[in-house]
Design a protein. Structure first.
Length: 490
């Protein structure tokens, strides 16, 4: 029977040079133990198995094991087999000194200008779970067993197509299920062949930018706006034009000399401020895009979680054949590690972008996509969203009450809407929200500074507080810790 320890010994044995086989085996095992490749408590292979693997007589292996046991390297217990002993650590000082190589020095000259610019604006948190981290859903309440049931069902009737590269933009059954869901829940006008499955929103935005922009082209981005969009634009050499946001969403500039190639918007729940784009502003933006031959990229990242009033229909469905590329994700509705998102492409773009996606990214996860299609079709997806909408609404209200108790409703963001997975706690202009966020982060409170979402000089001071992934008791406990930091002198 092969074992990991047997593989380690086998490799060392056949790379040895001693002519006498028992001595070569002894040296191989000794070196493996002293180098740490066979750490204490490792189970040694049975002598009969090791002899067979190395084409040695069993007596040779027994002789070596007896010598190693006498020297304290291994020990044998009835019923437990032969193990590397803990006392072997005393022998480690006898190992020849190994010269440590110096840690590699980071050399900025190895990176492209765009790579350096991306790193200079890197904003992803090194920790993706914890108190007040924005944009993270509750993963503990996800019905993993239900999705696994569908996954196992697909696996039992497995076809080769589910295990190879995908060149058609995703599973056909998932695209069909998504079409029905988006028509009903978001008012999106599309057919299954307009849908392209991606590995999250970042891949979708990167594909759009690479496919439709040349270096130096202009793209409008909301100010303040999502850092991920800006980094993708920077990496692709696209010039970012920050566009101001008010209580009706992005404010278009009708008098611009050079029209943008792309217009990035979050109309249903502006990120990060939370305003909802009005109908008149949506119509104005659509008219301007048609006139300037621009494409609107609608990032509908968490629109399912609206806690009051009617759902806000997607911008894409406002007009037939609209110049809108609609982008959505399962990271917020299900869980981020699923790494599945989707795009609804205009008819003119569906074929070339699917082909480019296949060339650049090599789509996969077909088996999970098929299981997710069953999850949607049989009503579990909509039921899960309804359940989480109620849960998030309660958690949000707890956080709102805490903020009001601390400093009044004026601290809630000026465009605050009763939706999403985070809210803004606005701070006085003189407060350095970056320094405050850094102090909080060092104590494990993962807030983000609002000012870091701006590109220009005019910035609001505040903190982004995610609430979706936290129990109500934890929200209270962690907020009191945060409040003590806010109230610290200086």
């Amino acid at each position: 029977m092969h074992s990991l320890a047997g593989d380690v010994i086998r490799q060392a044995f056949f790379s040895g040079t001693e002519e006498k086989l028992h001595k070569r085996l002894y040296t191989a095992i000794c070196n493996a133990i002293l180098s740490g490749n066979l750490p204490p408590s490792s189970r040694m292979p049975p002598t009969r198995d090791l002899a067979s693997e190395l084409a040695l007589s069993r007596n040779t292996v027994l002789r070596v094991y007896e010598q190693l046991q006498a020297e304290g390297y291994i020990s044998s217990r009835t019923g437990s087999g032969t193990l590397v002993t803990h006392s072997v650590l005393d022998n480690l000082d006898c190992r020849p000194a190994v010269k440590k190589e110096a840690a590699p020095v980071e050399d900025a000259s190895l990176l492209s200008d765009r790579g350096l610019q991306l790193l200079a604006h890197a904003s992803a948190s090194p920790r993706q779970w914890g108190a007040f981290l924005p944009g993270v859903p509750d993963v503990a309440n996800f019905p993993h067993r239900v999705l696994k049931k569908f996954y196992d069902r697909q696996a039992r009737q497995l076809s080769p197509a589910l295990l190879t590269y995908d060149t058609t933009g995703g599973s056909e059954v998932l695209k069909a299920a998504l079409t029905d869901y988006l028509r009903t829940a978001r008012g999106v006008q599309c057919s299954p062949d307009q849908i392209l499955i991606t590995e999250g929103i970042h891949q979708a935005l990167d594909l759009v930018t690479r496919s439709l922009c040349n270096p130096g082209d202009k793209a409008w981005a909301e100010e303040p706006g999502y850092w991920g969009i800006k980094n993708i634009l920077r990496m692709n050499g696209v010039a970012i034009v920050p566009m101001p946001v008010d209580d009706q969403g992005l404010i278009p500039d009708a008098g611009v000399d050079i029209p943008p190639k792309l217009i990035f918007v979050t109309p249903s729940h502006q990120y990060p401020l939370g305003s909802v784009m009005s109908l008149s502003r949506r119509q104005q933006l659509l008219a301007q895009a048609r006139k300037s031959h621009s494409w609107i990229v609608e990032d509908d990242y968490d629109s399912e979680f609206r806690f009051a009033g009617q759902p806000i229909p997607a911008l894409q469905g406002l007009e037939a054949d609209s110049p809108v590329i609609y982008v959505g994700t399962f990271s917020k509705t299900l869980y981020p590690a699923l790494r599945l998102g989707y795009m609804v492409l205009p008819e003119q773009l569906k074929t070339p972008l699917k082909r480019m996606h296949s060339e650049l990214y090599r789509g996969g996860h077909q088996l999970m996509q098929a299981a997710l299609a069953d999850f949607i079709r049989e009503g579990y997806y909509a039921a899960h969203i309804r359940k989480m909408r109620q849960l998030y609404s309660r958690r949000r209200q707890v956080l709102v009450n805490l903020i009001n108790d601390l400093s009044g409703s004026a601290c809630l963001g000026q465009y605050n809407s009763n939706a999403g997975l985070h809210l803004i706690m606005q701070l006085p202009a003189e407060v350095d929200d970056v320094a405050l966020a850094q102090r909080a982060n060092r104590q494990g409170i993962l807030v983000r500074p609002l000012s870091s979402y701006y590109a220009g000089e005019k910035r609001l001071s505040g903190l982004l507080l995610g609430f979706a992934s936290m129990e109500e008791t934890e929200i209270r406990t962690q907020f009191h810790r945060l409040a003590s930091l806010i109230n610290e002198p200086g």
